[in-house]
Design a protein around this ligand. Structure first.
Ligand code: G3H
Length: 256
């Protein structure tokens, strides 16, 4: 019954809090690997957490991904009370399908909550040299300065293999990832089980160091298949809020 289900979820929340050593955990019902509803539930929960935490002059940074996309879909189209809010992409494009790119999601969210936004319009696969010169562009600098000051970051956690496939990373990078036992992806960084960054996507945006200093990170991940990835990025999850479905949570519990 419904009350039992709620109680069950809060027991799992406490267990996950202990395992991941994080401040705030929200577990929603379902398993994204088995049913679409779980991702909708994560989206709704994340939307609630986000809307509850926005205040005047906040800068909200977003990554791409289908889970963050669901959160934005769950946000009602109506102006928020907070004034002078900015939405910015956490990283430049990482080769995702355009509908899941951070830039696209930033524009969607800003339109819904009637806030300001800036984009990181950087083509994929630029050489390191071109990337360095793009970084110096005043428009990009302005966005990067906003990003450094961001108060809230919403990001998805992915499976390293799935993400490298989705982003069509070259064969040499795929080999590097498998040689170094990549398990997780977040913010364009790939991690091994010990939480070490083993590959950083060539892009512009928030860095790992800046990420760990952010005021309020909100991580979203669904599906049993992501439990290994979630455990791998445990270090990132110590502050802010972690939102996952039962499938992912039960997997995390089983693995630890
Ligand atoms: O940036 C993408 C995330 O790491 C995971 O994406 O929410 O589509 O699984 P997803």
């Amino acid at each position: 019954d419904f009350m039992e289900q709620i109680e069950g979820l809060s027991t799992i929340e406490e267990q996950i809090k202990d395992i991941l050593e994080c401040e705030e955990v929200v577990i929603v019902s379902g398993d994204a690997d088995l049913d679409d509803e779980a991702i909708y539930n994560i989206g709704h929960a994340a939307a609630k957490v986000l809307l509850r935490n926005i205040s005047n002059n906040d800068i909200i940074a977003l990554t791409g991904g289908s889970t963050v996309h669901r959160m934005i879909e769950a946000i009602p189209s109506s102006p928020i009370k907070a004034k002078n809010v900015y939405v910015v992409p956490a990283r430049g494009s990482l080769g995702n399908n355009v509908s899941f790119q951070a830039n696209t999601l930033v524009a969607m969210l800003a339109e819904k909550i009637h806030s300001n936004y800036t984009l990181l319009n950087i083509p994929d696969n630029l050489s390191q040299k071109s990337l360095e010169s793009v970084r110096e562009e005043p428009e990009i600098q302005e966005t990067l300065n906003k990003l450094i000051k961001s108060n809230i970051l919403i990001y998805g956690i992915g499976n390293a293999n799935k993400m490298s496939e989705r982003r069509n990373l070259g064969q040499d990078i795929v080999k590097h990832l498998s040689d170094h036992h990549a398990t997780a992806e977040a913010l364009g960084y790939y991690f091994n089980q010990q939480g070490e960054v083993i590959y950083a996507s060539r892009s512009i945006g928030i860095t790992m160091d800046q990420m760990t200093e952010l005021k309020y990170p909100i991580a979203v991940a669904g599906g049993h298949s992501k439990s290994d990835a979630i455990l791998s990025v445990k270090k990132l999850l110590s502050r802010g809020c972690v939102i996952m479905d039962e499938g992912a949570a039960n997997g995390v519990i089983a693995l630890s």
